[in-house]
Design a binder for this molecule. Structure first.
Ligand SMILES: Cc1ncc(COP(=O)(O)O)c(C=O)c1O
Length: 403
C-alpha cells in the first residue's frame, strides 16, 4: 500500500477541518520533549492538552500498558476486570466518595454526570427539578449535553438547539448565583480552575455560598476536574483546598496515562441512581487504560509529583513575574500548580507561533491567554528553558517594533 505523506496537504484532503493542527509530524517523545519526524526536539508545555502528566516514555506506564495488553485488551463491561476494580478503589480512596462509572473521554463523563443529576433530581418527586447550570466562561466538552453547558458561543454556533433546561451563572458572581438557583435546580457544574476559559480560579466565597444554597434547595454540585484534576494544581483534586465537597466529580485527560479514559465519581447521595442498562459504554473502563491509570496515580504518589507541581509552579510564577516587570506585553499571570495562564496584550496565538519557531510548545486559549500545562515531571531547568525562550520572544518583539 502506498504510504500517505504526513503533511498539511494530506491533512486537508483526509480529514474534516475541525482541528487546526500544527505543521509538525511528531515521531516520539522523551520526558518533557516531543521529537518530530525530522529529529527536531520541542520543549512541550502543552502535554497533549493536559494529558501527559508523566511526560513521554515513562517506563512504569509503558510496562503497565504492555503487560495488560498482553493479557487482555478488551472484554467489555459484561465482565469483571481487575484493573478497573483497582483503579475504582484508588479513586474512591482519594476522593472519599462512594461509586465510580468509567467512560472514555471528558465530554462523556460530563454527559454521564448530567444524566445522573437529572435522574437523581427526578426521584425527589418534583418533575420540574431538571435544570442543569454551569458558570460563564466554562468549558465542559463538545457533545450535546456538555456543549449545552459550555459558555463560549464559538463552540455552540450552528449546532443549536441545545439541551433544554440548561443555563449559566456568572463566574464568581454570588448575586447571579442566588438569582439563578432554585428548587428547580438539579445540579451546578463547576471548574475550580477554568482551563479553556483562560486559567481563572473560582472564589472561596462563591463555593461557600454554593454549598449553603445546596442545603437550601437540594441540588448536586458537580466538579469538572477533567483539566485541573489528577494532581495538576498540586492536590489530586483541585477542589480539595476549597473544601468544595462535590456530589459528583468528573476526571479524564491524564487519568488513563494517555489512553482514553474518564471517570465519574459519586457520593452516597447518588450511589443508587443508575440501574442496569440506564447508562453505559462498550469501551468504558478498558482494562489497558485502567492499568495505565493505576500506574499513573502510583507514579504521581511515588515521585511526589503533586508537591513537585506546587514547587515548579511557584518557580515559574516567580520567573514570569520578573518577565512581567520587564515586558509590557505581559498583562497578568495566574498560576495554580502547573496550570499557568499569561494574559498578553494581543492574540496569544501570535506568541505561540513565535515560540514554535524556537521549538517551544505553548498553547493559546481565550484569545489573549498563553496557557502552560507542562507534564508534572518537568524539571526546574526545563521550566527555566521555557522562561528564557519567552523572554527572548518578548525582547525580540519589542526590538522589531522599535525598528
Ligand atoms: C474542564 C474540561 N471539561 C471537559 C473537557 C472535555 O474533555 P474531552 O476533550 O476529553 O471530551 C475538557 C477538555 O479540554 C476540559 O478541559
Amino acid at each position: 500500500m502506498k504510504r500517505v505523506p504526513v503533511n498539511q496537504e494530506s491533512e486537508q484532503k483526509l480529514f474534516f477541518h475541525n482541528y487546526a493542527r500544527l505543521p509538525i509530524a511528531v515521531a516520539h517523545g522523551e520526558g518533557v520533549w516531543l521529537v518530530s519526524d525530522d529529529g527536531t526536539r520541542y520543549l512541550d508545555m502543552i502535554s497533549g492538552i493536559g494529558v501527559n502528566a508523566l511526560g513521554y516514555g515513562d517506563k512504569r506506564l509503558t510496562e503497565a500498558i504492555s503487560s495488560q495488553a498482553a493479557k487482555l485488551i478488551h472484554a467489555s463491561n459484561l465482565f469483571m476486570m481487575a484493573p478497573q476494580f483497582e483503579l475504582a478503589g484508588k479513586l474512591l480512596a482519594l476522593s472519599g466518595l462512594s461509586k465510580v462509572f468509567f467512560a472514555n473521554s471528558g465530554t462523556e463523563a460530563i454527559e454521564a454526570a448530567i444524566k445522573i443529576a437529572r435522574k437523581w433530581a427526578g426521584q425527589s418527586g418534583n418533575q420540574e427539578k431538571k435544570e442543569v447550570l454551569s458558570l460563564s466562561n466554562c468549558f465542559h466538552g463538545r457533545t450535546y449535553g456538555a456543549m449545552s453547558l459550555t459558555a463560549k458561543q464559538k463552540y455552540v454556533d450552528g449546532f443549536e438547539p441545545l439541551l433544554a433546561g440548561t443555563g449559566m451563572i456568572g463566574f464568581n458572581d454570588i448575586a447571579d448565583l442566588e438569582a439563578k438557583v432554585s428548587g428547580k435546580t438539579a445540579a451546578v457544574f463547576i471548574e475550580v480552575v477554568q482551563g479553556e476559559g483562560g486559567i481563572h480560579h473560582i472564589s472561596q466565597t462563591f463555593i461557600d455560598r454554593l454549598k449553603e444554597l445546596r442545603e437550601q434547595y437540594n441540588f448536586l454540585i458537580v466538579a469538572d476536574e477533567i483539566q485541573a484534576g489528577c494532581g495538576r494544581t498540586g492536590t489530586f483534586f483541585s477542589y480539595t483546598p476549597l473544601d468544595a465537597d462535590p456530589d459528583l466529580v468528573c476526571l479524564a485527560k491524564p487519568l488513563g496515562g494517555g489512553l482514553p479514559l474518564s471517570a465519574v465519581i459519586g457520593s452516597e447521595k447518588v450511589a443508587d441512581v443508575l440501574t442496569y442498562g440506564n447508562h453505559g459504554t462498550t469501551f468504558g473502563g478498558n482494562p489497558v487504560a485502567c492499568a495505565a491509570g493505576v500506574a499513573m496515580i502510583k507514579a504521581i504518589e511515588d515521585d511526589q509529583l503533586m508537591e513537585h507541581a506546587r514547587e515548579i509552579g511557584t518557580f515559574i510564577n516567580n520567573e514570569l513575574q520578573k518577565l512581567a516587570a520587564k515586558h509590557s506585553q505581559i498583562l497578568e499571570i495566574r498560576q495554580y500548580g502547573l496550570m499557568v495562564g499569561i494574559t498578553v496584550d494581543k492574540e496569544a496565538k501570535y506568541y505561540a507561533a513565535s515560540a514554535l519557531k524556537k521549538h517551544l510548545l505553548i498553547n493559546a486559549t481565550s484569545v489573549n491567554v498563553i496557557r502552560l500545562l507542562p507534564p508534572l515531571v518537568i524539571s526546574r531547568e526545563e521550566a527555566q528553558h521555557c522562561i528564557t525562550t519567552l523572554d527572548e520572544i518578548f525582547t525580540e518583539e519589542t526590538a522589531e517594533k522599535s525598528c
